[in-house]
Design a binder for this molecule. Sequence first.
Ligand SMILES: [Zn+2]
Length: 266
Amino acid sequence: MLIKKQWGKGMVAVALGLAMTGGGVYSIHGSVAKASTITHNAAGTAQGGSDHRQTVHVYKHHGFQLTVQDKSGDPKLRPTINQLVKLYFHKYPDILSYWAGDNDDTHIKNVKLIIDADYDGVAYTVWQDKEVTVGADYIASHPDDIAFLTHELTHMAQAYPTYDNNTVWLTEGIADYSRYLFGPNGTEWRLPEFSEDQHYYDSYRVTARFLLWIEQHGHEGFVKELNNRLQENTYTIQDFETLTGQTVEELWAEYAQNPEVETHYN
Ligand SMILES: [Zn+2]
């Protein structure tokens, strides 16, 4: 998931947890959170009414930095958090060079990972703040799902200025396409087989598989081109036709006829 930040009075970040419903309509299920400055205090006491003591750890490696603020303070989460830290240093440099290319934002290699016991979703990213927030309950109950962080770090690399009804499905589709590319995919997470009730704008894995299909049917580099245009804020749905010679509907119709893709899960 991704959060779009809106600057307003007192720099309040408005969480727009946009999700697509079956009919192609977007609904808001997010909450409002204040953007606040958090002190890096290893012995800091928990904020936000939690009973646990939070911990803050800073990791550095090869020019990359990760600050982990564990607001849950739950020692049982340590092994999973360690896996997330490893993933960050193993995958993020590649994710960044693949999607961010010539991004000259000097802070992009300095990310904060917040483990939040009060957030009941999986994770969300505020790329403008270089922050990924992870639901403590989610990682407690899904210790084998590490690659959601690959999806979130892709949002960091995407840094698309716009996240609205025209782009959210594609933004999330590309993030899952990136998750497919970079993994680690284990044995659970898979791109779903095509089915008649899908639409290209279903987002996430459905869109990711469609993008992979386009790449494998004569348009290698297509997703990176879309990524460039989204970063430059020039993307429109017509770019499918500009880049492939076929409209998105035509591509989807062809995909529906012959939906086979070659997959390699890393
Ligand atoms: Zn996302």
